[in-house]
Design a binder for this molecule. Structure first.
Ligand code: PRP
Length: 176
């Protein structure tokens, strides 16, 4: 393993977490037409694994959200840089992200997509970095709590690198 990294969640544990989430979601959405909306780029890998572990049919779309990264911006903290081009009115939406940190990304997506009148909208995340939360967001499906470290792997990046790692690791402070 790369000496800049410290193993946090091994591949086998990720597989078990994904399987557990997929089982709950498959049970809860049985008989419903669920649309997974994956938040690029980080959630791409988690979403496709989750979708394949689910035992009910589902469809998939991708969005991308860019944060202004500036707390002084008062009129919203995010913008959609990639949107979906289908009508979600009456649909059961499940937002899929790999991690919830401040909560701004998911809050923004809940607010934006709720205005389009879906039948339901929930979220699933693999990792919950609770210590960093700035805004209250209801996430129905959570894989595991994550420490307040710089996490990479399984979709998570540092300057766009490391997303391909099959495990999740902490990037050591000296390596950032
Ligand atoms: C990360 C992650 C989530 C978001 C969570 O995305 O993939 O989408 O941040 O943070 P928040 O709860 O504080 O909003 P990032 O903006 O790094 O883009 P990326 O997925 O393309 O790496």
């Amino acid at each position: 393993m790369d000496e800049d990294l410290e193993m946090l969640i091994p591949e086998e544990t990720i597989r078990e977490l994904v399987a557990g989430l997929a089982q709950r979601i498959s049970r809860d959405y049985a008989g419903k037409d669920v649309l997974l909306i994956s938040v690029l780029k980080g959630a791409a890998i988690f979403t496709t694994d989750l979708m394949r572990a689910m035992t009910i049919p589902s469809t998939i779309e991708f969005v991308q959200v860019s944060s202004y990264g500036n707390d002084t911006v008062s009129s919203g903290t995010a913008t959609m840089t990639r949107d979906i081009n289908q009508d979600i009115r009456g649909r059961h939406i499940l937002l899929v992200d790999c991690i919830i940190d401040t909560g701004e990304t998911l809050r923004f997506l809940f607010n934006t997509l709720n205005k389009r009148n879906p039948s339901s909208i929930e979220a699933v995340v693999l990792l919950d970095k609770k210590a960093r939360r700035k805004t209250a967001v209801q996430v129905k499906y959570i894989g595991i709590d994550a420490p307040d470290a710089f996490l990479v792997g399984y979709g998570l990046d540092s300057a766009d690198q490391y997303r391909n790692l099959p495990y999740i690791a902490a990037l050591k402070p000296d390596a950032r």
